[in-house]
Design a protein around this ligand. Structure first.
Ligand code: GLY
Ligand code: MN
Ligand code: MN
Length: 434
């Protein structure tokens, strides 16, 4: 019911933002064939799910402000005894109204019948072209039908829904924050378990399997993205997903992994020594990344620029690299010429929510967006020094480190929802010693 009332509230907010004389069409994702007659596990489209909470395939939400027969219409699959015996229960049209709080539910197979009629009675269609390849064709067909049958060729304007909807998704409501805290908590517990169980001689995929097992056995339905378990120099590959190498004595292991709970992502990275103790060069680099991350988290404040955490991280990383002699010049030169990018080449933060790289504009009026309460972002600086890096002493080569936490922007300061996983050198070593 919490979900139903949250979705109802979001739909009402969106209806207000769209104004009158329009129709908004929000399809769920299409099922994707994996091979032959086997599909990938189905996951609803994030926009659709945000507004409905509905998780079955073949469904479309249609919003029609001011429509007397109902402003909120859900097209979904009808009950079907035979299909349900093979595939499991379907909500059906009656329960779609009672359980999901929509005004009207209509059969999915009648979509092509109803939509041209609804569209011919309006001047504006809100639909995000380019997101749903197959569905785009259907929408364009309806638009063509309407335009051909109306006297004016410009009778129907096509507008982006995402302008309104993604601005809403950027600010998480109480229901979303509660799920995200739990997703981070589950993922944090799984990360801790990996630190406990990691041993030289294990394969990266064994840690990946353990992470998935821990998350799913605590109720998460899926992973938010393919886990990155990167031992030794694999950690220098930012999106390493092969996860098939042996973890060797002396390696650092970078684990970037998070669960998906009720649609919401966690995204946590920890880097720890397989032996349970950091070597001196590993510790020196690690402490620079940790200091950068702490400086960045301190910048997650209401009214601060979303870019401030990145600037803070970059400054600390650059100072550290200069101190170790890994880059040369003055701090100003390094920051201006961005020579630190040789070892830190990605951004420090991204929005987090239903999508791991969540929606929401980073710039507003060509300026970095200001943070406001209820936004959620990651803070994830790193240093990556591949083998063979010219001019770098061998001690530093083959080390990749990233530390990533999930942070809610709050009036009283940053709330780090993934903080249960240790990240100070002493804390990690103490945990791994038990
Ligand atoms: N796990 C992907 C990222 O950190 O952005
Ligand atoms: Mn991330
Ligand atoms: Mn990550």
């Amino acid at each position: 019911m919490l979900m139903q009332s949250a979705c109802r509230h979001r739909r009402a907010q969106l209806l207000r933002a769209l104004g009158h004389d329009c129709v908004a069409v929000i399809p769920t994702a299409a099922e994707q064939v994996r091979n032959k007659d086997t599909c990938f596990p189905f996951r609803p489209d994030s926009d659709f799910y945000y507004l409905t909470g509905f998780t079955e395939p073949e469904a479309v939400l249609v919003l029609v402000p001011g429509r007397s027969a109902g402003e909120v219409v859900l097209f979904c699959r009808e009950n079907d005894d035979k299909a349900e015996r093979w595939e499991g229960p379907r909500t059906g049209l009656v329960a779609a109204v009672t359980e999901y709080g929509v005004d009207q539910a209509l059969p999915y197979h009648e979509l092509d019948q109803h939509l041209p009629k609804l569209l011919s009675a309006t001047g504006r269609l809100f639909y995000d072209l380019g997101t749903h390849a197959g569905f785009d064709q259907r929408v364009l067909q309806w638009v063509g039908q309407v335009r051909q049958s109306s006297r004016s060729q410009s009778a129907l304007d096509l507008l982006a829904l995402s302008t309104h909807l993604h601005a809403m998704r950027l600010h998480k409501d109480a229901a979303e924050l509660a799920v995200m805290r739990r997703a981070a908590e589950i993922s944090a517990a799984a990360q801790i378990e990996l630190m406990r169980q990691c041993r030289p001689g294990m394969y990266e995929y064994q840690l990946a399997a353990l992470f998935a097992y821990q998350c799913q056995s605590q109720g998460a339905q899926a992973l938010a993205y393919p886990s990155i378990v990167a031992a030794g120099e694999h950690a220098c590959v930012l999106h390493y997903v092969a996860n098939n190498a042996l973890i060797q004595k002396g390696d650092l292991v970078l684990v970037d992994a998070g669960c998906e709970l009720d649609g919401y992502a966690a995204d946590i990275t920890r880097t720890f020594p397989v032996n349970g103790r950091f070597s001196e060069p590993q510790r020196q680099l690690y402490d620079i990344v940790l200091a950068a991350q702490e400086a960045a988290i301190a910048q997650v404040q209401v009214d601060q620029s979303w870019d401030a955490p990145h600037q803070a991280a970059v400054q600390v990383l650059a100072e550290g690299l200069l101190r170790l002699g890994l880059i040369q010049g003055s701090l100003n030169q390094v920051l201006q010429k961005k020579t630190y990018q040789r070892f830190f080449m990605h951004r420090t933060s991204h929005w987090l929510g239903l999508d791991v790289h969540d929606v929401g504009a980073y710039q507003v009026d060509q300026q970095p967006r200001r943070l406001t309460a209820g936004m959620v972002l990651t803070v994830e600086p790193g240093l990556y020094i591949p083998q063979g890096s010219k001019g770098v002493p061998p001690d530093w080569q083959g080390i990749g480190i990233r530390i990533e936490d999930d942070v809610i922007v709050r009036k009283k300061g940053p709330e780090v929802i993934s903080s249960a996983v240790p990240k100070a050198v002493g804390e990690i070593e103490a945990l791994m010693a038990t």
